[in-house]
Ligand binder design. Structure first.
Ligand code: AHR
Length: 661
């Protein structure tokens, strides 16, 4: 580019770099009409792994609140005095409850203590709603004292707050009281004493929620974590996984019908992430289903994302079921109940309030349909087993609901024999989208900038349903991995005509309870932080645009190919605004000369600002202690012209925001 109307000089963002690479010339085509960018393009993958639901997003503080843990009904509880477990409670699918009786001596006490997941985190001055189903079996009244305690306290007493609940009569009733701790504690405990006359009392479904949940729902979600989802500008919300959809065996697959209706009667399920990795083993990890399909749909709506439920195809996890396990899967001819589950789910989401499942939704508080458009059948399945099982689902869903798009799977690998086999199979079966998964190392991400450029535009669309850069030997969150994800995503954006959705995975991780990393959002019982990968996803979501725009370097897409010096780039338009994303994966500062095709004579373009994500250190991320260590920085970039020189520092992700005059 010979003639520069503007040479824009940006303060280089704290990077010491040895040399300046050669300039690069990028051309943005403003004449050619691009493809629409699907609203679903950037989204969220939710799975209850790393204590993402119970102990994470689901704001319940009491573990094993219904006394249903299978080996020990009191798992998670410390009982003292005279406590017994009984099993003829008021909730059919959760029959256990506890009986608290007079300890038999005026100086003894009966009661229970629960420490939640890794302790119960509470904030000074915040309100917590304690609730319990209770009765006095002999009639009359009795009372319990409820406390939040710090048992490690050196003070005169343990409690941070306390209140009394009086229980009346022999009928089961729900009681609740709001308590407010006078100190912030990451690891408090809930203690319950039988008090007053110490008449026998029965307790069931003992629960403690912050009053201030996301959107104020009583069966609510942790506000900071739900907010972190909302702030991503997600277009799609996939749930409930992941492998959890399949189950280690079919009995423990995720069953959506068990996850709806009154929370007290949602049966407990085993969580496969309890034991998947014996080197990170969590014997307390179960799914209460308190965060269930109704809550998933509701959350999708509240964060503005299309819901994307994934259901079992009748195959238990194929990783966990080799030839040594007899008959792990449902024979094809016995799939009917599984297929019916899928059809019923569509009715639950979209049916009128007069339909069987629509009525359940309406009764739960959402008479309006949720507007489900997509359903996924099967997660990481492979071999001929998968198409054989998928086919009857496709036929039944097509027949009953031709309006619903079906997502099939290409297996667990990003390429290779299963991938090569399953893609054509998905095409043959008429899947609308194919789910691809890739947890892959640096080199893979650096080599895949052009992955989707050659995909057929005639077949199913792509759902990049699980991906993250997993560095060999550096399997934790760090800036460099996130930068490579940003680089790879330019290829998603450029190919938004064939990629309809992409969701990073996994989403959440408790710092004391993770099985898998990297993850997008981390937390302890009180605080959370957003990783650099979160910021990458957020920037793509925020600057998604509405149509793609062709951006080339020497006539070629900018994919990090040989001779492109580690540059990846793409562009989208949004009305008059143009978002040009440039990722420099090399360790050299560079500049790009940005010119335009299709500008009319005298027509100019304005530069507005640049949003830049970079870091001096490669292998670090944000943390609970330093949540904003690496965050995007915005710089005003005022200018107007027909060509621009833009600085692109080494190892940086840049979004240049321009506007067409
Ligand atoms: O995201 C973690 C796991 O990775 C998912 O459950 C599974 O689908 C994939 O193997």
């Amino acid at each position: 580019m010979n003639f520069r109307h503007f040479a824009l000089s940006l303060a280089t963002l704290a990077l010491t770099v040895p040399a300046l690479a050669d300039d690069h010339e990028l051309t943005l085509d403003l004449k050619k009409r691009g493809a629409p960018v699907p609203e679903t393009l950037y989204g969220i993958f939710f799975e209850d792994i790393n204590f993402a639901a119970d102990g994470g997003l689901y704001a319940e503080k009491v573990m094993n609140r219904s006394f249903e843990y299978p080996l020990d009904a009191l798992q998670g509880w410390k009982a003292f005095g005279k406590v017994s477990v009984r099993e003829d409670g008021p909730f059919e699918r959760n029959p256990h409850y506890v009986r608290l009786e007079n300890p038999g001596h005026p100086h003894k006490w009966t009661g229970l203590e629960n420490s939640g997941w890794f302790g119960i985190g509470v904030e000074k001055g915040a309100e917590y709603r304690f609730s319990v189903w209770a009765r006095v079996p002999e009639g009359g009244s009795s009372s319990i004292r409820v406390e939040l305690v710090n048992s490690a306290s050196m003070g005169e007493n343990h409690f941070l707050c306390q209140d009394t609940v009086t229980v009346n009569g022999a009928e089961w009733k729900k009681y609740s009281v709001t308590i407010t701790p006078d100190a912030t504690m990451e690891k408090s405990a809930l203690r319950i004493f039988l008090v007053s006359e110490r008449n026998t009392v029965d307790l069931e479904h003992v629960s403690l929620f912050p009053v201030d949940t996301w959107m104020g729902h009583e069966n609510g979600l942790r506000k900071d974590l739900a907010q972190a989802l909302y702030d991503l500008h997600p277009g799609v919300f996939r749930f409930p996984g992941g492998c959890i959809v399949e189950g280690t065996d079919l009995a423990t697959r995720y069953q959506w019908k068990n996850s709806i209706g009154p929370v007290e009667n949602r049966p407990l399920n085993e969580n496969r992430w309890e034991y998947t990795f014996p080197h990170r083993f969590y014997p307390d990890y179960y799914q209460s289903y308190g965060l269930g399909f109704y809550e998933f749909f509701q959350l999708s709506e509240e964060i503005g994302a299309q819901p994307l439920p994934i259901l079992s195809v009748g195959l238990a996890c194929q990783f966990q079921n080799d030839e040594s396990v007899p008959n792990p899967h449902v024979p094809v001819e016995e799939l009917e109940p599984y297929i019916q589950d899928a059809l019923d789910l569509i009715e639950f989401a979209n049916g009128g309030a007069q339909t069987t499942w629509g009525a359940v939704r309406a009764q739960m508080g959402h008479p309006e349909p949720f507007g489900l458009k997509y359903i996924g059948i099967g997660n990481e399945q492979w071999d001929s087993l998968y198409p054989e099982h998928l086919e009857p689902f496709v036929k039944a869903i097509r027949k009953a609901h031709p309006e619903i798009k079906i997502v099939g799977s290409s297996g667990p690998d990003s390429e290779g024999p299963q991938f090569e086999y399953l893609w054509p199979e998905m095409k043959r079966l008429g899947a609308d989208l194919v789910d691809e998964h890739f947890y892959r190392p640096y080199n893979w991400f650096l080599s895949q900038g052009a992955r989707y450029d050659s995909y057929s535009r005639k077949g199913p669309k792509v759902f990049a349903g699980e991906y993250a850069c997993h560095a060999k030997g550096k399997k934790w969150n760090h800036f460099y991995a996130s930068l490579l994800e940003a680089a790879f995503m330019t290829g998603i954006e450029r190919n938004a005509d064939v990629v309809e959705m992409a969701t990073y995975a996994p989403l959440f991780a408790h710092v004391e309870g993770w099985q898998w990393r990297p993850d997008l959002i981390w937390y302890n019982n009180l605080e959370s932080f957003r990783t650099v990968s979160w910021h990458v996803q957020q920037l793509y979501g925020k600057y998604r645009g509405t149509t793609t725009a062709t951006l080339t370097m020497d006539g070629k897409p900018v994919t990090g190919a040989d001779g492109q010096d580690g540059l990846f780039a793409s562009a989208v338009r949004d009305g008059d605004l143009i978002y040009v994303k440039v990722v420099n994966t090399s360790d050299k500062d560079t500049t790009v000369e940005l010119g335009f095709n299709g500008l009319k004579k005298r027509q100019t373009v304005k530069t507005c600002k640049v949003v830049r994500l970079t870091s001096e250190e490669l292998y670090v991320d944000n943390s609970l202690e330093a949540p904003a260590r690496i965050v995007p920085v915005e710089c005003e970039l005022p200018g107007e012209g027909r060509e621009f020189t833009l600085e692109v520092p080494a190892l940086s992700f840049n979004i240049f925001i321009l506007s067409r005059n």
